[in-house]
Design a protein around this ligand. Sequence first.
Ligand code: CTP
Length: 429
Amino acid sequence: MSGPFHGKRILLGVSGSIAAYKAVELASRLTQSGALVDTLMTHSATRFVTPLTFRGITHRAALTDLFDPDSPEAIEHVALAQAADLLAVAPATAHLIAKLALGLADDPISVTALATAAPLLVAPAMDAGMWEHPAVQRNAQTLIERGAVIVGPDEGRLASGLMGRGRLAGADELLGRIAQTLGANGDLAGCAVVVSAGGTREPLDPARVLTNRSSGKMGYAVAEAARDRGADVTLVTSAGLPAPAGVRAVRVETAEEMRRAVQEAAASADALVMAAAVADYRPAFPSARKMKKADGGDGLSLALERTEDILAGVPDDVVKVAFAAESDDLLANARAKLRSKGARLVAANDITLTGAGFGADANKMWLVDADGETELPLLPKYDAAAAILDRIAPLIAARRDASRRPVQGSGEPGARRRKPPAGEAAWRR
Ligand code: CTP
């Protein structure tokens, strides 16, 4: 097993909100993903969910009482705090957020928050009026200023039956942000990476499109894997999948919309990974009204025109990765694409294999670069994405070093300096 949580030591703080039951799913998914999860509960949290529930799921006793002389976990809580890779408090009540902001220490979560040097992620859950209260907002702001990551709360139906902002962020969002926080100092920290995903859709008339079988899963996996190594990720997507947490998603439909969005994002990026299946042709004369059978008679021929090559149109000083999904002559085609697109790497896969490629959760790829080709085993798409990033991370580092070096003769810093990434603020709610 691999992935962002494998072997990580996560402290899960659960405080007394009705959303405490949702922490059970979080504990379960983290444990299933290979994390070692220790649950810290306030006394009021134990009134919503029992410590036994967390013990059953994480196979580790939940810490509920620091003064219990019979609890080995209570005695070792400082060691737990020191070994932790991350402390996630989900749900965090207004009261607990206030304690964290003030540095009070009278329950397993607040004590551990002071004892640990690990990053802190806080997922508030409370009534909307409480969340909006200036005292709570001030406390949350204090935590942000100290480097904590606040996730949510989401808008929606609250336990009171009213609508508003106060719901605990969803499990996918929390897991994504935990993975991102764990990898914040990874080898792509501070790098801007653009990823494209999905099959483009070219309108034929208001009801019909020309498209392909790409699900977008491979591009999403690349976006997540880059995020989990610290990159600032822009995902230009024509797939209908929900955007990964912590990634800036730009929704597009046609090849031309994708071209414009990729061009714009790539102008300040270090790398571009073109996982999208872009239409090479689009209907030359899309109809403004729905076509009728009578328009075509017994047969219909469509006039198509070429779309522009998006990857080839991005300057070669960006580290570019092409994908090549082929049914014949895989490696010869991949080598040709390496040259014609100005790419540094081609991820090639044979679409005739079953269990890999379109729509599947695994991929069997060859990585082709100027030095030759490497065959990868059948891998989950996240791991296949990580293999691609392993190859381009040194190229990105070299590019960034070069742009920092003075231009010869002028003494000025390099011409192509990157704009600072939009940063966390754009992702925070
Ligand atoms: N690509 C692109 N713009 C296009 C077509 C493709 O940027 N208009 C990118 C794809 O995202 C992929 C790579 O180019 O990363 C190869 O795409 P593919 O469709 O396999 O190759 P084509 O260039 O279309 O060549 P061919 O049709 O001959 O296979």
